[in-house]
Design a protein around this ligand. Structure first.
Ligand code: PRP
Ligand code: URA
Length: 210
């Protein structure tokens, strides 16, 4: 079974509360989402393997630590996942970025895939799949299946902003090898498969398409 990491740092909790408020507009919503993504990225990369390197300071030769050869890729699920990319890139500026296009069918709530494009060497990279909302878990689960089956990724972690028990259960059942990182674990889904209390439609709030 994968591990669920709930990152309830006070700074993250404070910023998320402002995002949840329906009076918060797109500009602030986008900025807060990127700030939280950066704070979460700091914790999500805590276990990256390090290696010894010899450098020369102005004083002497010295053995110090650097992140081992493994390279990173950030993969947002479109559209809303795009809102977390810049925050992560500010921490990991040399990471490559792949994209997976998916939307939920409004009737069935099942994900429909419409686009994907990955860096050529994606299978050699540590992949951070990002999407603010983990609702039914269908989109995250299908995106993870695509990363494994079509792009041969073997080292993936999933980062979201708001999760709920149904989505976590679905991803953990379908992908027991993928750790989940979230800023909050909400109560439940409503009859339209929206997270309660949640923050509404993340894509619409980011891009002002309400
Ligand atoms: C939202 C969200 C996730 C998905 C989560 O995307 O960004 O991708 O729903 O729901 P699930 O866990 O039930 O699959 P949406 O379909 O609204 O597309 P958008 O980002 O293009 O607005
Ligand atoms: N997608 C969203 O953007 N919000 C939800 O609450 C559920 C799915």
């Amino acid at each position: 079974m994968s591990t669920l990491h709930i990152m309830d740092h006070p700074l993250i909790a404070h910023k998320l509360t402002i995002m949840r408020d329906k009076e918060t507009g797109s500009k602030d919503f986008r900025q807060l989402l990127n700030e939280i993504a950066m704070l979460m990225g700091y914790e999500l990369t805590r276990d990256l393997p390090l290696e010894d390197v010899v450098i020369e300071t102005p004083i002497c030769k010295s053995t110090q630590k650097m992140i081992q050869g493994k390279k990173l890729a950030i993969v947002p699920i479109l559209r809303a996942g795009l809102g977390m990319v810049d925050g992560l890139l500010s921490l990991m500026p040399v990471a490559k970025v792949g994209h997976i296009g998916m939307y939920r069918d409004p009737e069935t709530h099942n994900p429909v895939e419409y686009y994907s494009k990955m860096p050529a060497d994606i299978e050699e990279r540590i992949v951070i799949l990002v999407d603010p909302m983990l609702a039914t878990g269908g989109s995250a689960s299908d995106a993870l299946t695509m990363l494994k089956n079509k792009y041969h990724c073997t080292n993936i972690r999933f980062m979201c902003l708001v999760a709920c028990p149904e989505g976590v259960a679905r991803v953990q059942k379908d992908h027991p090898d993928v750790d989940i990182y979230t800023a909050a674990m909400d109560e439940k889904l409503n009859e339209h498969a929206y997270i309660v209390p949640g923050l509404g439609d993340a894509g619409d709030r980011i891009f002002g398409t309400l």
